[in-house]
Every structure is written in structure tokens, then in C-alpha cells.
Design a protein around this ligand. Structure first.
Ligand code: SF4
Length: 392
């Protein structure tokens, strides 16, 4: 369509679904076409050689102001690293692109079925310019984004703003549609592209609730795994708990089968999700499907998990397992002198066998404390001392 309409300049507002289908890269293959991301964070990523986003709501969470200044310097920025100065520079730079754009592409927070309105929420106002200036407008919408009427859109907009950025409503909450006959404003050509791209795989399965997601990012913010490894470690543009559930649904277990295992199953994601997606239960469901349907139930991994299940089934078994662990690990342990570099006085495990090798290849493990020195025995002793004090 861009070729047919002889489009030269495209401006885009932030849209996860267009990143998911690699739309930018496809468009840039068209000779003579320029494309600019106008959301500030997406603009920074584009100018940093199309770096990948790391968070659903804050795509540049992994960059600090100095890194952003370095990226902007390539565009002629000569100021300091003050965020206001950086944002002002980007604003001025982007404004010229809005004015010359002949096609605007936006995502869609919600599509309103009874009126055909497209609802977008932003804090920068860039999406409104993308919708207002170019003569051709394309809206790319995930198929799950349809709501029956404005009544539902209003509730979801409010939930989204509160859960994503802690606001009652974002600075801009816009509804747009094609040009109404008899009026001069609005795009001359207006297209809405509804994307499936694997979403219908969830229909009629236990994973269907994942289609309720409003992409607020709250589950990422509370996830201990995401908070430690960041977004890039997931290898999907949807990181965190929602990414670990959604990515295998969209792309299958072959590509994203590891993600459901990258969770402590603490349930913080489920607790915080405003639309009540049972995320940690769906992670367990993914594991179950992989173990059963993919016939991996006899895998070495599963044998180990079953062994751990037996070893932790009663307090007595657990105590025995802790003692046995220390004995089993002793031959792998190196007793090193205490230095600044080596903070483990009990010795360290540098080379573990088999599956554990992947861990010790990149880090050292402290030796397990002896049964008589571990937390349980300390607690027992401490408890006794406390009781003795109370008796006195
Ligand atoms: S799963 Fe829930 S908390 Fe996570 S992004 Fe989607 S709506 Fe937000």
C-alpha cells in the first residue's frame, strides 16, 4: 500500500504489535521510503541502531541519560545530559518529520466495535500528531483489542493508566476514525489492520485469558526474575511474566519453551494484574503441556524434579537431603583463602557436573553450609535461647 500510494515519509507512534511483526524493517526495504518512530523511547531505540525494547511501557528502561546523550550527539545534539534538554531536542527534531509525513502508523489500545473508533492513550501526544497530519493513516491492532462500546473502553483506559504509570488518566486519551463526510479534517485514507499472528492459538485453550492483557506492564514491575535480568534476557519483545505466557502461545514451544521455566512462581504477577490473568497458573500450565503433550515427561530434568519432590516431601526427608547435599558437594569444593576477590570462607564450587555445569561455567557457588551450621540449626538454637531468656 505504501508503494502504491507513493509514500516517502512515514511517522509512527509506539506500537508493540508492529514491533512484533517487524513492520518497520519491512517498510524500510521499500526504496526511497523513510520512517521515523516518534515515541521518545522508540525514537531513541531507532537511533541506537534499532536496539530492542526492554519493557512494554518503558522501552528504554535499560538506558541512562548519558547513553541517550551519546545517541543524540550523532544527530547533532551538543547539550548536557539533563532529561529536559534531551527531550526538547527530540521534540524539535521530530516536529519537522511530522510536518512532511505522508503516512502515519499507530497501534491501538482499544478498538470500539459499535462506533469504529480507535482509542489511543499516550503521555507525549505524538500519536495525536501521527493521526492528525498525514493524509494516509494506518492503524495496526491486535485482534484481542476490540471492546464492545465506549463504556468498556473507558474502564480499561482507566485501569491501563493506573497500572502502567500510576495516573488516573494519561495526558492524551484520543479517539479517532476516518474522515467524516462533509468535514475537512481527518485522514483521506484510513486503514485498520487487525492482526492475529498466533493469537487465535489461545482460543478455546486454558491460555485464552492471556488475550485479556491490556499491556500495562505491571506484572513486569513486580516480577523478581524480570527485575534481576531485565527485558533483553527473554529474547521476545514481550518480556516478564506476560511475555513468558504469551510468547509460547504466539510462536510455539520450540522458540520460547524455556520462558515458562524462568519463573519462581511467587504469584506476584497474578496478584498485581488489573485484568486478573492467572499468570503464574498459566506458567505452570505451559510446563504441564510441555511435559505431557511433548512427551518430555521422562526427561532427565523431570527425573531430577521428581527426586527433589520426594526429598522435600516430609521434614525428615528434607533434613536428610540437606545433610546428603553437603556430603555430595564436598568433592567439588575448593577451599580457597579468604581474599577481597573470594568472599566465601567455606569454600567454593567452581565446576559442577552435568546440567549444573551451565551455572558454574559463569559463576562460582558458595559451598553448602554443614547441617550443624545451617539456618535451621541456627534457628533451633536461637529459639531455645529466646525461650530460656523468657523463662528467666
Ligand atoms: S498480564 Fe496483566 S499485569 Fe501483565 S501487562 Fe498484561 S494486563 Fe498488565
Amino acid at each position: 500500500m505504501a508503494e502504491e500510494k507513493q509514500v516517502h515519509h512515514v511517522v509512527k507512534s509506539k506500537s508493540m504489535v508492529t514491533t512484533e511483526i517487524d513492520l518497520d524493517k519491512e517498510l524500510l526495504k521499500i526504496p526511497g521510503l523513510s520512517l521515523l518512530e516518534t515515541d521518545l523511547a522508540e525514537f531513541i531505540l531507532q537511533e541506537d541502531d534499532w536496539d530492542e525494547p526492554t519493557h512494554i511501557v518503558f522501552p528504554t528502561l535499560h538506558k541512562n541519560r548519558n547513553q541517550i546523550r551519546t545517541i543524540f550527539q550523532k544527530l547533532g545534539y551538543t547539550g548536557d545530559n539533563d532529561p529536559q534538554h534531551l527531550a526538547r531536542f527530540a521534540r524539535k527534531y521530530l516536529r519537522a518529520s511530522f510536518l512532511k509525513a505522508d503516512m502515519g502508523i499507530t497501534g491501538c489500545n482499544f478498538g470500539v466495535a459499535d462506533s469504529g473508533l480507535i482509542n489511543l492513550v499516550t503521555n507525549e501526544g505524538n500519536a495525536d500528531l501521527v493521526m492528525a497530519i498525514p493524509k494516509t493513516q494506518v492503524v495496526v491492532m491486535g485482534m484481542e483489542r476490540l471492546v464492545p462500546s465506549l463504556k468498556e473502553a473507558e474502564v480499561l483506559d482507566n485501569m491501563l493508566a493506573r497500572s502502567a504509570v500510576g495516573q488516573k488518566l494519561t495526558s492524551y486519551c484520543s479517539f479517532s476514525t476516518r474522515q467524516v463526510s462533509g468535514e475537512s479534517d481527518g485522514p483521506e485514507d484510513f486503514y485498520v489492520v487487525i492482526v492475529d499472528n498466533g493469537r487465535s492459538n489461545a482460543l478455546g485453550t486454558p491460555f485464552e485469558p492471556v488475550l485479556q492483557c491490556i499491556r500495562c506492564g505491571a506484572c513486569l514491575n513486580v516480577c523478581p526474575v524480570y527485575r534481576h535480568i531485565g527485558g533483553h534476557g527473554y529474547g521476545s519483545i514481550y518480556p516478564g511474566p506476560i511475555g513468558a505466557v504469551l510468547s509460547p502461545v504466539l510462536r510455539g514451544y520450540e522458540q520460547f519453551g524455556d520462558l515458562p521455566f524462568a519463573s519462581s512462581l511467587c504469584g506476584a504477577c497474578t496478584e498485581t494484574c488489573p485484568v486478573r490473568i492467572p499468570l503464574h497458573e498459566l506458567l505452570i500450565k505451559h510446563r504441564e503441556v510441555m511435559m505431557n503433550k511433548l512427551h518430555t515427561d521422562k526427561s532427565f530434568n523431570n527425573v531430577i524434579m521428581k527426586g527433589i519432590g520426594v526429598a522435600t516431601s516430609t521434614p525428615a526427608m528434607f533434613r536428610m537431603a540437606l545433610t546428603a547435599d553437603h556430603v555430595a558437594m564436598a568433592p567439588l569444593t575448593k577451599h580457597a583463602p579468604i581474599t577481597v576477590e573470594n568472599e566465601y570462607p567455606e569454600g567454593i564450587i567452581r565446576k559442577a557436573p552435568s546440567m549444573a555445569k551451565g551455572w558454574t561455567d559463569v559463576r562460582d557457588l558458595p559451598e553448602m553450609p554443614k547441617h550443624s551450621e545451617n539456618f535451621r540449626s541456627w534457628f533451633k538454637q536461637h529459639h531455645k535461647e529466646q525461650e530460656a531468656k523468657q523463662d528467666d
